[in-house]
Design a protein around this ligand. Sequence first.
Ligand SMILES: C[S@@+](CC[C@H](N)C(=O)[O-])C[C@H]1O[C@@H](n2cnc3c(N)ncnc32)[C@H](O)[C@@H]1O
Length: 249
Amino acid sequence: MTELELLIDFHMNAQRQGPGSTADTLRALSFISLVGKKTLKIADIGCGSGAQTIVLAQNTKSHITAVDLFPEFLDRLSDKAEGLGLQDKITTLEASMDDLPFGKEEFDILWSEGAIYIIGFEAGIKKWRDYLKPGGYLAVSEITWLTNKRPKEIEEHWKSEYPEIDTASNKIRLLEENGYSPVGYFFLPEKSWIDTYYAPMEERFAAFLERHGNSERARDIVDGEKDEIRKYKKYKDYFSYGFYLGKKQ
Ligand SMILES: C[S@@+](CC[C@H](N)C(=O)[O-])C[C@H]1O[C@@H](n2cnc3c(N)ncnc32)[C@H](O)[C@@H]1O
């Protein structure tokens, strides 16, 4: 198996593919004044197996287009949606977030948890704005510095992983410069990293290694995740995911 195939196998049966929780999705939704007023057209970009898609479908009058590059995740979401009787509210779409087949001003809400970093925050908010109706909302979570200064190890790690990492004030300024009025911001609490993401992940390590004959590639993936967990636990006061809510001007 290639590294990509292994990564998909590792994450595919997880409840979530990144930090977050039902409470965070609902908190972000609470900033959007359109909710409850009409049937909303929502796109959930980089949806993974759809933890947040399901929460959105259960808590809004809406139709959701759930987009991911990998069909394995979309199949998991379709199974879950069917099991919950939500199949009429969710359509899955295999597409890349930098080349979405969406029309101009098609959506009321663009949602993306833990995924906009793939296209890059600034490129994403610029490109996706076209798909939003005037007065529509963008809701994205993005890795964010919680302090103005931080220890060298974590500064260097994130600068090499994702040079666009920044403080919330700088991300909010980017939203303003690109035609959004900021309507909300909060950062994910520790339990949204540990309880819903890293703890269930740690429980999958042994079975994953066994499934792949303890291969070097599989061990590299597990070691990489363990190092990420170590860094999070050591430096959690310095970074988290920020959740940003912007209204298209
Ligand atoms: C960190 S995960 C977040 C998944 C989900 N939103 C969650 O929070 O559980 C990022 C997701 O983006 C998807 N992805 C990666 N590259 C993509 C691309 N170019 N276009 C669309 N989705 C992509 C991955 O398959 C993965 O499901």
